[in-house]
Design a binder for this molecule. Structure first.
Ligand code: DHB
Ligand code: FE
Length: 259
């Protein structure tokens, strides 16, 4: 039986697709190239590699859908893309734990607070973080090469809403570019790199969770992130720490606002 929402959606898509084809005036051969590309994208997909999501990401569609579905109240930390490398149930750690289990990269101290939109600290909030190692890979991309759970962990805020942990400074890394989407980027003269970031999911009872990143302010790819995930408000301050114990570490104190 007919599905009214699907009729509406397909009507809009067909209207814009026809407009694009009229403007492009492709040859038969060019249209076949497009069909072959979409076929290759499908053939690349496995349980752990979703090439269509990658395509949606590099075309900026994922960020659009994300912003439509996660409109944030004013004063709340902005959200950005989840990405394909989140793993639930990461180990829970005490404050100060070093989650960099392979010892690579520049030492980093991450500190911050979780606040409500009135600026009041939220105690007992969960701060779930993950990032790549200094070679630019997530642990799940290098099973058996990196220690399990490398650069992932969950921290719980104290009474003042604070959390802190040790890690390594994030660096830029390429999204998987060995498939048809990578080839497309190459043919367009685009690079596959994501600006250096740390992923966060912050949640607390009675509040909307926020899925976001913190970006490194000195990354050369900040203004050309391959999946358009950068928002100005998510670029953190990283400062040299002078404390002897944290020598040569970097630190930011970026409050998270969650509602
Ligand atoms: C991320 C990785 C991707 O391959 C992608 O398409 C989007 C986001 C990430 O982990 O940040
Ligand atoms: Fe990432």
């Amino acid at each position: 039986e007919a599905d009214p929402r699907l009729r509406e959606v397909m009507g809009t898509i067909v209207k814009h697709l026809h407009a694009a084809v009229k403007e492009i005036e492709p040859t038969h051969e060019e249209w076949l190239t497009a069909i072959k590309f979409l076929t290759a994208v499908g053939q690349m997909c496995t349980d752990w590699r979703q090439e269509y999501i990658l395509l949606s990401d590099v075309l900026g569609v994922s960020m659009l859908v994300d912003s439509i579905n996660h409109r944030r109240p004013s004063g709340a930390t902005e959200n950005t893309i989840l990405g394909p490398f989140y793993v639930p149930e990461a180990p829970r750690y005490d404050h100060g734990t070093n989650i960099c289990l392979d010892g690579k990269g520049e030492p980093l101290v991450v500190t911050g607070r979780v606040l409500d939109t009135d600026g009041k600290p939220i105690a007992g909030a969960l701060v779930d973080v993950w990032q790549t190692n200094d070679d630019g890979f997530y642990d799940v991309q290098q099973k058996g090469v990196q220690p399990d759970w490398n650069l992932r962990g969950v921290f719980t805020t104290n009474e003042a809403g604070e959390y802190w942990y040790r890690s390594s400074k994030p660096r830029f890394y390429p999204i998987p570019d060995d498939g048809p989407v990578g080839k497309l980027l190459g043919a367009l003269g685009r690079h596959p790199n994501r600006a250096a970031h740390i992923h966060f999911i912050v949640s607390a009872e009675g509040y909307d969770p926020v899925i976001t990143h913190i970006f490194s302010p000195d990354c050369e790819y900040l203004d050309q992130d391959a999946v358009f995930g950068v928002k100005d408000s998510l670029i953190a301050k990283f400062e040299r720490v002078t404390d002897a114990d944290r020598a040569q570490a970097l630190e930011f104190d970026e409050p998270f606002w969650s509602v």
